[in-house]
Design a protein around this ligand. Structure first.
Ligand code: AMP
Ligand code: ZN
Length: 459
């Protein structure tokens, strides 16, 4: 097995990756989308990072058991556990039922992943399909004395764990001193909801009976319960966006440590944000950048994938339309070069070793991409270049082998004018031929004469 080193947020250092159960493959849990709206380009950057991680593990020789949840209940609009359920708000916004909403946006999300060549997870799991698991988890926490009740729900008592917040290096005492957050009935600012009661008089679309009363699970408990179900209590790698460190992942860890007495995951990996500057990204703003937005402007979805390959997952990436256009140009050059090389022969060991050297050192994809460009510009044999680049594409996921030059379809009208011009030239009617060439140009096409005949191209 190749040596693979990954940055672990928990220990804040790069560690050598060793699977916990080498015979069972690598357990990888990725926090999935909250399906109350489309994914924005920032969200998709995180899923692209997770796909690169998975492909890297696979290249290093591991079988990956990739689990992704779909949050279709319980994610509140406020991290203080006081807001409304995003699903209920989304249902009001769209006129769909909360159930239809979840299905609609989960499908849209999966379609985005397909367009971006993100490999589908081995397991998709929905929070609403695992209510029983979550109730049992909470019952266990209750039996172990980690919970308390308020008028609106059952809460986790974060002070009972002496290392609560270690992942985020939270200054718990400082938080207490400076607390200006609306704590509601929570006893401490870092306590969080495990089960929320449906408000009296409120009719929620998604609610279930429980030992504590009718209501719904909190957002964090779904990930502890479902990761345990599919990967066991302690598994290899947990990942998500960087914003999950201080609250969501901190609370997942707290629940699992309190209930199971183990750390939740051996490695914690976090993707940094796509930053939009002036472009809107907040889903609440209504208008936001999603994959469809760039497709409407004629960018292929894989251009966005290429754009993301240019930045290390542990650095912020600023979105700009100029940046996207540069990615489009670079990707086009890469496709054209690879296409021109014809059939592949054997892989260059030297280039592959350099590529993997960067990849296995905490997923340094930008450096790996630079190796690909060196290869393209090198004077290696084209068939070797082709074979090597196709192996790189197991990581890049750009469908390099499938690319073909686009055949431009020429309108019949233009073809007729060109044929008339050919006839005029054959008759040595040069002036007539020039007039016809101008007519073709007026329709947006140019005629290039060569020894093989005339070629028509868009102007
Ligand atoms: P959500 O659907 O809001 O739960 O978010 C889905 C994923 O997107 C989470 O892993 C977030 O951490 C991640 N995320 C949210 N905003 C951004 C962003 N601007 N850039 C990268 N990842 C993000
Ligand atoms: Zn999660």
């Amino acid at each position: 097995m190749a040596s693979l080193r990954l940055f672990d947020t928990y220990e804040r250092r790069i560690r050598e990756f060793e699977p916990l159960h080498p015979d069972q493959g690598v357990g990888l849990y990725a926090c999935g989308p909250t399906v109350y709206n489309f994914a924005h380009l920032g969200n998709l950057r995180t899923y692209l990072f997770e796909d690169l991680l998975r492909r890297t593990l696979e290249m290093a020789g591991y079988r990956v058991n990739h689990v992704m949840n779909v949050t279709d209940v319980g994610h509140l609009t406020s991290d203080a556990d006081t807001g409304e359920d995003k699903m209920e708000v989304g249902a009001r916004r769209t006129g769909m039922s909360a159930w239809e909403l979840a299905e609609f946006y989960a499908d849209a999300f999966r379609e985005d992943l397909v367009r971006l060549n993100v490999k589908p997870p081995s397991v998709w799991c929905k929070a609403t399909d695992h209510i029983r698991d979550q109730i049992e988890f909470i019952e266990d926490l209750e039996a172990k004395g980690y919970t308390y009740r308020t008028s609106d729900g059952v809460y986790f008592n974060s002070r009972k764990l002496n290392n609560y917040g270690y992942l985020a290096r939270l200054d718990v005492e400082g938080l207490k001193a400076g607390a200006r957050v609306d704590q509601g009935e929570r006893q401490f600012v870092t306590d969080f909801a495990l089960w929320k009661f449906s408000a009296p008089g409120e009719s929620r679309q998604m609610e279930w009976d429980s030992p504590w009363g009718v209501g719904f699970p909190g957002w964090h408990i779904e990930c502890s319960a479902m990761s345990a179900r599919y990967l066991g209590d302690f598994f290899d790698i947990h990942c998500g966006g960087k914003d999950h460190i201080p609250i969501h992942h901190t609370n997942e860890i707290a629940q699992t440590e309190a209930s199971r007495g183990t750390r939740l995951a051996n490695f914690w990996l976090h993707g940094y944000f796509l930053e939009l500057g002036d472009e809107k990204m907040a889903k609440s703003s209504g208008e936001f950048l999603r994959l469809e937005t760039i497709m409407e402007r004629d960018y292929h979805p894989l251009v966005y994938r290429y754009f993301c390959l240019q930045a290390h997952y542990r650095s912020e990436l600023a979105f700009s339309w100029e940046g996207l256009t540069s990615a489009q140009t670079a990707l086009q050059r890469l496709y054209e070069a690879a296409y021109s090389w014809g059939a592949p022969s054997e892989v260059s060991d030297d280039y592959l070793a350099r590529f993997q050297g960067h990849l296995y050192e905490d997923l340094n994809i930008p450096r790996a991409l630079a190796v690909a460009w060196e290869l393209i510009r090198s004077d290696e044999d084209p068939a070797v270049k082709k074979a090597t680049l196709l192996v790189f594409d197991d990581i890049f996921g750009l469908d390099i082998d499938q690319w073909r030059p686009t055949e431009v379809s020429i309108p019949v009208e233009v073809e007729q004018l060109v044929a008339a011009r050919e006839a005029a030239r054959a008759d040595r009617q040069w002036q007539r031929a020039d007039e016809l060439r101008e007519e073709v140009r007026a329709l947006g096409y140019v005629i290039e004469d060569s020894r093989e005949g005339s070629v028509i191209k868009p102007a």
